[in-house]
Write a protein that binds this ligand. Structure first.
Ligand code: NCD
Ligand code: ZN
Length: 345
C-alpha cells in the first residue's frame, strides 16, 4: 500500500480568490499547496481589460505569505464588448493566460457575461490565431432548460459549433459535471481539455437535497446523478492528459450560503489536495495523481511544469466545521469530516 507520494508541485487550473479582505484571507490556503492558479475574473465589476488584470494580480501577490512562491495566472472576463486588441496585447505581455466565457446569468457574478455566444466569434478567431486559451463555463441559461440539463444542452448548442468553427482554439471545458461532458472532451481534438473539481468527484445531487437542503454542497454547475459522478471519477483517474485539476474553490460567507436565496459556490481550497487524494486512493489510482494534479495542466497550457516537489502522506486530517475569512465564518468543503491524506512537513 502506498503511504507516501512525492510529486511535482501541483497547480489549480480554476479558482476564485475574490478581492479585498476575503482575498487576503483565502490566498494562503491555495499558496500552501499550489504553485500557480488560473484566477477567475468574476469580481464586481469583472476583470475585463489588461490594466485591471495587472492591478488585481498585484493585489493577489501582496496577499501571498512571506517566503511562499505562488504565481497567479490571470483571465479576462469576456463580454459582448470585449476589445480583442487589448486581450491580445495583455496575453502578449504575459498578463493574461486565458479568457473566460460566462454565458450571461449562468452563475455568481456573471451578469456582464456574453448574451449571445455567436457574437463572440471575432474574439474567438483572434484567440485561436494568438493561441490564447478559452475557459468555458458550459451551461445554457434559458429558463426553459432544466438546471440539471444545462451542461449537456450547452454542448449541443455551442461547444460542437465552436470546436468545429475554431479547430485550433485551445478550449478548457471547466468544472465538468456530466458523462456527456466527459464523452464530448474525449471525442474532441487535443486542443480541448477539461477541469474537474473535488466536489463533483465526491458528491452527487443527493448531497444537496436529501435529509434537508444543504447549501454548502450547492455550486454551479450543480452536482448531478451518481452515474455522472462515476464517469467523472473514471475520467479524472484515467491518466488521460485532457483532464486536469481545477478546484473551482469559490468562497462565500456562511450567511450568504445559509439564506433564502443562497449563493452558488463551494469553498474547497483549504483541503483541496487532501480531497482529491482521497478520490485517487479510493479508485486505486494514486500513481496517476501527479499527472492530473501537476503535469496535464501545464502541458495543455504550454507552460513549464513546476520544478519543486511536495510530499503527501497517509494520515487522518479532520476538516474544521468553520473557518474565518474577511471577519466572518465560512464553511469549507468536507466540514467536520476526516480525510485520509495530508501534505507532509
Ligand atoms: C462560482 C463563484 O462563486 O464565483 N460559483 C460556483 O458555484 N462555482 C462561479 C462559477 O464558477 O460558476
Ligand atoms: Zn468557477
Amino acid at each position: 500500500m502506498t503511504d507516501k507520494l512525492t510529486i511535482r508541485r501541483p497547480d489549480d487550473w480554476h479558482l476564485h480568490f475574490r478581492d479585498g479582505d476575503m482575498m487576503r484571507d483565502v490566498v494562503p490556503y491555495t499558496a500552501r499547496q499550489f504553485a500557480r492558479a488560473i484566477v477567475m475574473p468574476n469580481l464586481t465589476p469583472p476583470i475585463t481589460d489588461t490594466a485591471s488584470a495587472a492591478a488585481y494580480r498585484e493585489r493577489i501577490i501582496s496577499a501571498v505569505p512571506e517566503g511562499v512562491q505562488f504565481t497567479p495566472l490571470m483571465t479576462c472576463y469576456l463580454t459582448d464588448n470585449t476589445d480583442a486588441d487589448d486581450l491580445a496585447r495583455g496575453a502578449a505581455q504575459g498578463v493574461f493566460t486565458a479568457a473566460k466565457l460566462y454565458p450571461a446569468g449562468a452563475t455568481t457574478n456573471s451578469d456582464n457575461g456574453v448574451t449571445d455566444v455567436s457574437k463572440l466569434d471575432p474574439v474567438l478567431a483572434r484567440m485561436e490565431a494568438e493561441g490564447i486559451v478559452l475557459c468555458v463555463h458550459g451551461e445554457v441559461t434559458d429558463d426553459e432548460i432544466d438546471v440539471f440539463d444545462r451542461e449537456a444542452v450547452f454542448i449541443e448548442r455551442h461547444l460542437r459549433r465552436i470546436t468545429r468553427d475554431f479547430p485550433g482554439l485551445k478550449l478548457v471545458f471547466e468544472h465538468i459535471t456530466t458523462s456527456d461532458a466527459v464523452e464530448f472532451v474525449l471525442a474532441a481534438g487535443e486542443n480541448v481539455g477539461a477541469t474537474i473539481t473535488p466536489q463533483h468527484l465526491h458528491i452527487n445531487r443527493n448531497a444537496m437535497l436529501v435529509g434537508g437542503i444543504q447549501p454548502h454542497n450547492y455550486c454551479l454547475p450543480v452536482a448531478k446523478r451518481e452515474v455522472h459522478r462515476l464517469a467523472l471519477r473514471k475520467a479524472a483517474t484515467s491518466g488521460n492528459p485532457k483532464f486536469f485539476l481545477g478546484t473551482d474553490s469559490a468562497p462565500h460567507a456562511r450567511h450568504a450560503k445559509e439564506a433564502a436565496c443562497g449563493c452558488a459556490g463551494i469553498f474547497n481550497a483549504p483541503y483541496a489536495l487532501e480531497s482529491y487524494l482521497s478520490v485517487f486512493d479510493e479508485e486505486g489510482a494514486l500513481d496517476r495523481f501527479e499527472g492530473f494534479a501537476s503535469l496535464h495542466g501545464p502541458a495543455f497550457y504550454g507552460l513549464p511544469v513546476n520544478e519543486d516537489a511536495i510530499t503527501v502522506e497517509r494520515a487522518e486530517v479532520t476538516v474544521p466545521e468553520t473557518l474565518q475569512a474577511a471577519g466572518r465564518e465560512i464553511v469549507p468543503f468536507h466540514a467536520g469530516q476526516t480525510l485520509g491524506w495530508r501534505i507532509a512537513g
